[in-house]
Write a protein that binds this ligand. Structure first.
Ligand SMILES: Nc1ncnc2c1ncn2[C@@H]1O[C@H](COP(=O)(O)OP(=O)(O)OP(=O)(O)O)[C@@H](O)[C@H]1O
Ligand SMILES: [Mg+2]
Length: 516
C-alpha cells in the first residue's frame, strides 16, 4: 500500500512542509475522529484535474464506521466532492444538510479545510481538506457524553481550519498517548472542569479523589494530589500552559500508588483561548509491570556478578594451591583448571553488564584467545586472529562455547607449537611459517560454524579423535554433543597444521541433532 507521502508526491504539487503538516494531522486525528464519532478522510486536490485524492483515513473507535472499504488511494471528482471544493476554495468548514447514502448506510458529510500557517504566523494557505463523515444508521438522541464530545470535536475542527491543531509534537512522545475512551476532561477558560467522562472520573478516584470533578480547578487539584510536590507543580503548570494556548508535554502523576498519564491540549477555535482538553489514562498497571521487569533484570545481572566473583575466588584458590605443590605435573594440571574457571567467569562478567540474557561474544573470544597465546609466550610468539563475527549469543550457548574454544585454542598453542626440546625430536625444518592460530566464524540464521586452525606441527600419528584419556578434548566433546547439541571434528589442515571444525545449531529445540 502506498504511503501518504508516496501518494502526495505522485499526484499533487504539495511541498515537503505541506506533506509534513498532513503527517502531523494523521498522527493526531484519532482524537478528532473519536470525539466526532465519525470517519475522517484526508483529501488533497489532484494536480490540474479538479478532483481529490484520499491520502489517509481513520475510523472512530467510539462509533461504527461509514466506510467498510479502505478509501486511501481513491481519486474522486464531480458532484461527490462538491463539499470538498467549497472547503478548499473558500477556506471554511462546510456541512451538508441531507444524508448521503453509501449502499444502505446513511452518512453525513462535512469538510474541514486544512490550513498550514506560515512561518511568520500569518494565516497561511489551505493545503488539503479533512472529510468528516458520520455513519447515521445508529444515530439517536445524543447523551451528555456525546454532546460534550461533539462540542469539543467542533472546536478542534475549527482549529484544523485555523492551522492551530495539531499542536507541535514533543520529542520522544511517539506512542501511548491517552485516548478519548481512556478519560476526557474539559476545562473552561478559567481552568474549571465543565465535563469529565466516566472513565476520567474513575482515573481520578484511583489517585484518591472521590468527589465530582465538575467545578474543580484542575491545575490546583493536580498539585494537591501528586505525591511529589515537584511533579504536582509540573502537572499544574502543564494545564495552565494549555489554558494559555500552548501545548505542554505529557505528564505523569503518581498518587496513592496509582499512576495517571495526562495530556493537556489548548482549545482555541478562531484563535480565542476558551479552555483546554485534558486526556487522562490510568497507567498504574503498565508502570507496575515496568518496575517489576526492571528489578527482575537487575537481579539477574546481580546474580551473574556474584557467580563471576565466586568463580574468580575458586580460580584464586586453585592458583594458590598450584604454587604450593611440588610435582610439576600436578602444578600444570591446577594451572589449567585456573584457566578453565577463569574463562567461564569471563562470560558471567559480560552477562552481568548486559541488559538481557545474551552476550556480545567476540570480545570474550578475543580475551580467551590472547590468554591462550600467553601460555606459550616464553618459547614462541603465536599470532592469533579472528575472522568473522560471533555476534550476540544467548547465555546458555555462550558459557559452553567459551569452554570449548578455550580448550581448542590452548591445544593449538600447546601442541601445535611445542617448546624447543619437544620440537627437537622432529626433523628440523628451515623455512617454517610464522606460528599462527586463526579462528574463523560463519554465522547463518540457524547455525554457527567455527574453525580453529593452526599452522603447527599437526596431530600426532595415530591420533584417535574419539578416545584419549586426556581431559581437554573430553570436555570439548561432552559440551559440544551435550549442551551445545553440535558436532566437532579434529583433522589435519589443508595447508598443514591442525584444524578443529565446530558446528553449533543456534535455534534451540530444533531437529538439528548431529548425526555422529
Ligand atoms: N592443535 C593441535 N595440534 C597438534 N596436536 C593436537 C592439537 N590438538 C590436540 N592435539 C593432540 O590431541 C591430544 C589430546 O588433547 P587434549 O586437549 O585432550 O589433551 P592435552 O591438551 O594433552 O591435555 P589437557 O587435558 O591439559 O588439555 C593432545 O595431547 C595432542 O597430542
Ligand atoms: Mg588440551
Amino acid at each position: 500500500m502506498s504511503t501518504l507521502r508516496d501518494l502526495a508526491e505522485e499526484h499533487t504539487r504539495l511541498r515537503p512542509a505541506d506533506i509534513d503538516h498532513l503527517h502531523r494531522i494523521a498522527g493526531d486525528w484519532q482524537l478528532l475522529s473519536d470525539l466526532s464519532f465519525a470517519d475522517l478522510l484526508l483529501w488533497v486536490p489532484v494536480d490540474g484535474e479538479g478532483s481529490f485524492l484520499c491520502v489517509a483515513q481513520v475510523r472512530p473507535t467510539t462509533a461504527p464506521t461509514a466506510y467498510q472499504d479502505d478509501q486511501v488511494g481513491r481519486i474522486v471528482g464531480g458532484p461527490e466532492v462538491a463539499h470538498l471544493e467549497v472547503a478548499y476554495g473558500q477556506g471554511r468548514i462546510w456541512r451538508e444538510g441531507d444524508p448521503v447514502w453509501y449502499g444502505d448506510v446513511p452518512a453525513r458529510h462535512e469538510a474541514i479545510p486544512v490550513r498550514l500557517r506560515a512561518a511568520d504566523g500569518e494565516s497561511g494557505e489551505v493545503i488539503a481538506v479533512v472529510g468528516r463523515d458520520t455513519n447515521l444508521s445508529t444515530a439517536r438522541t445524543p447523551s451528555q457524553l456525546e454532546l460534550n464530545y461533539l462540542t469539543t470535536a467542533d472546536d478542534l475542527a475549527q482549529m484544523i481550519a485555523d492551522g492551530t491543531f495539531p499542536p507541535p509534537r514533543h520529542p520522544g512522545e511517539t506512542t501511548s498517548a491517552p485516548r478519548v475512551g481512556d478519560g476526557l476532561v474539559r476545562l473552561d477558560a478559567g481552568g474549571k472542569v465543565t465535563y469529565a467522562s466516566p472513565n476520567a472520573q474513575s482515573a481520578y478516584r484511583r489517585l484518591g479523589y472521590a468527589s465530582h470533578l465538575v467545578g474543580e480547578d484542575l491545575a490546583a487539584l493536580h498539585r494537591r494530589l501528586a505525591n511529589d510536590p515537584l511533579e504536582g507543580t509540573e502537572a499544574a503548570n502543564g494545564i495552565l500552559a494549555a489554558l494559555r494556548g500552548e501545548a505542554p508535554p505529557r505528564r505523569e502523576i503518581d498518587a496513592r500508588g496509582a499512576t495517571m498519564l495526562t495530556r493537556a491540549l489548548p482549545l482555541m477555535p478562531a484563535g480565542v483561548p476558551i479552555g483546554a482538553l485534558v486526556l487522562v489514562r490510568d497507567i498504574t498497571e503498565v508502570r507496575r509491570r515496568d518496575r517489576a521487569l526492571i528489578t527482575k533484570d537487575a537481579t539477574i545481572r546481580e546474580i551473574h556478578h556474584r557467580v563471576k566473583n565466586n568463580l574468580q575466588t575458586v580460580a584464586a584458590l586453585l592458583r594458590l594451591q598450584a604454587r604450593r605443590v611440588a610435582m610439576p605435573e600436578a602444578r600444570v594440571a591446577l594451572e589449567e583448571s585456573v584457566r578453565r574457571v577463569a574463562s567461564i567467569a569471563l562470560v558471567h562478567e559480560t552477562l552481568s553488564m548486559s541488559s538481557d540474557e545474551a552476550v556480545e561474544f567476540d570480545g570474550i573470544v578475543d580475551r580467551v584467545a590472547s590468554a591462550a597465546t600467553e601460555v606459550a609466550a616464553t618459547e614462541v610468539t603465536v599470532g592469533m586472529r579472528r575472522e568473522g563475527s560471533f555476534g550476540v549469543l544467548p547465555a546458555e550457548i555462550a558459557t559452553s562455547l567459551v569452554m570449548v574454544l578455550n580448550e581448542l585454542l590452548l591445544n593449538a598453542v600447546e601442541h601445535g607449537f611445542p617448546p624447543a626440546e619437544e620440537a627437537d625430536e622432529r626433523q628440523p625444518q628451515p623455512q617454517e611459517p610464522v606460528p599462527q592460530v586463526v579462528v574463523t566464524v560463519h554465522r547463518s540464521r540457524k547455525t554457527l560454524h567455527v574453525t580453529v586452525a593452526d599452522n603447527g606441527r599437526g596431530l600426532p600419528t595415530g591420533f584417535d579423535s574419539e578416545g584419549g584419556a586426556k581431559l581437554g578434548l573430553q570436555i570439548v566433546r561432552a559440551l559440544v554433543t551435550g549442551e551445545l547439541r553440535g558436532s566437532i571434528e579434529l583433522r589435519p589442515g589443508a595447508a598443514g597444521g591442525t584444524e578443529a571444525v565446530l558446528t553449533v545449531p543456534l535455534a534451540r529445540g530444533g531437529s538439528e541433532r548431529p548425526g555422529g
